[in-house]
Design a binder for this molecule. Structure first.
Ligand code: SF4
Ligand code: SF4
Length: 369
């Protein structure tokens, strides 16, 4: 680890110096694509941090505009010939901002909310999906905050699908995985991580299925959830669970798939969802950008909360790609993506947006065809 005033330079000095300013990241950055502002592109962010490292400018409130407008989608990293890990650098710089009391105003107090309410939205009451909780079972299904408090319909559908398939699962009295705190400059809440770990382990389940790709990353990668991994709990996303299941339904509709950044670029899961979708939708079509190159929906990295207008407009750009391939249905594997894409959908757009499991359940129930 090198010296420096800030955590980001101690950790990432070499990475920052590796940026050759080639600008290849420009083509894929959803913020640049939307605003055409060079300061919002990965190159612009890295140049600014380099100037901070060199003492030319201060890490001050004004830089928040640049550093907090990043969805951490990793599109830039995927396109970067020098392998600069831009989202990791940005997140570390946000931590430095927060330490200086310069965290973006939208996230100030987020830590306290999570200490008080156990969920990211500060909701007082946990939703009741009418399913057993905290019982002995083979699987735990972990819903996540967006699925619990914003996209309840999608969650009801995935739970019905698990029931239909005869899966021996239980819900738990889950609390926010708190991974999102790291994205916006804070630390994972140890108390919440301990509660989730204890509650999963108490069910005796061998497998933890998450509905949310971000929860998946948090449980699989963060040291605060080591307790799950040490006990040999297999941690998978619902798309990995469904990939080999014969769902027994078909649609003639033209269906496309939006790769969530947390499931695709950050977790390397591209083919499992496609396997399921191609199994139920012979008229599957890819959008112009897909797999590693998929355009971000604009929801991640705290951008939806801090820069709602730009977040929605990024989702509109993604929906335009869906329209351009004449898709009737956009499926994805992340409630947060569904939430943003639905919020962005224009009335005139005749396009349905679901998680894959929600769509499958709707086919089973005859609500889609
Ligand atoms: S693609 Fe990589 S090396 Fe090129 S400007 Fe962007 S971050 Fe720098
Ligand atoms: S992570 Fe995504 S939003 Fe952030 S700079 Fe890279 S391409 Fe742009």
């Amino acid at each position: 680890m090198m010296g420096g005033r800030y955590g980001f330079e101690k950790k990432f000095r070499e990475q920052i110096l590796m940026c050759s300013r080639c600008g290849f990241c420009q083509a894929v950055c959803p913020l640049y694509g939307l605003t055409l502002r060079p300061a919002l592109n990965a190159r612009g962010k890295i140049l600014v941090l380099k100037e901070v490292m060199e003492g030319k400018i201060e890490l001050n409130e004004e830089l928040g505009e640049t550093l907090f407008q990043c969805t951490t989608c990793a599109g830039c990293t995927e396109n970067c010939p020098s392998g600069v890990k831009v989202p990791e650098i940005i997140v570390e710089a946000r931590r430095d901002m927060a330490r200086k009391g310069l965290c973006h105003p939208s996230f100030k107090g987020m830590g306290e909310i999570l200490g008080r309410c156990d969920n990211i939205y500060g909701e007082e009451e946990a939703p009741d999906f009418g399913k057993a909780r905290n019982r002995k079972a083979e699987y735990v299904y972990f819903v996540g905050c967006v699925g619990s408090y914003r996209e309840e319909e999608a969650t009801r559908d995935v739970l019905k699908l698990l029931d239909h398939l005869g899966v021996d699962y239980t819900l738990i009295d889950e609390v926010c995985c708190s991974g999102v705190l790291e994205d916006v400059g804070y630390q994972i809440n140890e108390d919440l991580a301990r509660k989730n770990t204890e509650r999963v382990l108490s069910t005796g389940a061998k497998t933890l299925i998450t509905g949310c790709p971000y929860c998946l990353r948090t449980f699989k990668g963060k040291p605060q959830y080591e307790g799950l991994r040490e006990r040999g709990i297999s941690i998978i996303h619902i798309s990995q669970f469904l990939k080999d299941v014969d769902l027994g339904v078909r649609t003639k509709k033209r269906v496309t798939y939006h790769d969530p950044c947390d499931l695709g670029r950050h977790s390397g899961i591209y083919e499992e969802p496609r396997r399921t979708i191609k199994g139920i939708a012979p008229n599957f079509v890819e959008m112009a950008s897909h797999h590693e190159k998929a355009l971000c929906c604009g929801a991640g990295g705290g951008v939806r909360a801090a820069y709602a207008r730009n977040s929605i407009d990024m989702a509109r750009r993604r929906l335009k790609e869906a329209e351009e391939c004449n898709a009737e249905v956009v499926l994805t594997e992340c409630n947060s993506c569904v939430h943003n894409l639905l919020n962005a959908k224009l009335r005139k757009q005749n396009i349905a947006i679901y998680t894959t499991s929600q769509f499958v359940n709707r086919l089973l129930e005859g609500k889609e065809h």
